[in-house]
Write a protein that binds this ligand. Structure first.
Ligand code: FE2
Length: 153
């Protein structure tokens, strides 16, 4: 199939746009002025996982290994989210993500199983300058979704 210059430029622009989108975190100048960019893939995935969401006040099975733990790193404006859960074939955390005070997903990470080193999952997620609070979530393939408490930033 012959490709003319216009088609090539159109295709190249699409690729450049995809490459330019932050893969996990980060903000552009435009985002800083208007709030975080909404990633519809993350939003759809998080919404799908939230069909059953447990909390510390309404816990499902073994909250001590499912509730996400958070550490706010003020200097870096990041939130470290970890879950003290096994990462074994057949039982593992599939997804960790956070929502900001407006419910926007700021970052979402999927995990394969088993993990290479066997360590519990942990991820650093960058916050937007407009972020004032977050809630962290972790999804277990056997024990549903879990929401931590709201953390001010
Ligand atoms: Fe589990």
């Amino acid at each position: 199939m012959k490709q003319n210059r216009r088609d090539f430029l159109k295709h190249a622009a699409t690729i450049a746009t995809v490459v330019a989108v932050p893969a996990f975190t980060g903000c552009t100048t435009e985002e800083e002025e208007s709030g975080p960019e909404i990633n519809m893939e993350w939003e759809d995935r998080a919404t799908a996982l939230e069909a059953t969401t447990w909390t510390a006040d309404n816990p499902g099975v073994k909250p001590e290994v499912h509730l996400p733990e958070t550490t706010y790193n003020a200097d870096a404006r990041t939130m470290t989210v970890s879950v003290p859960h096994v990462m074994e074939a057949g039982h593992y955390i599939t997804t960790i993500y956070i929502r900001d005070q407006d419910g926007i997903v700021l970052g979402l990470k999927e995990y394969e199983t088993p993990s290479v080193d066997g360590d519990p999952p942990s991820v650093d997620i960058s916050l937007h300058e407009s972020t004032t609070a977050i809630v962290a979530y972790a999804y277990c393939n056997l024990h549903d979704n879990w929401a931590g408490g709201s953390i001010s930033t």
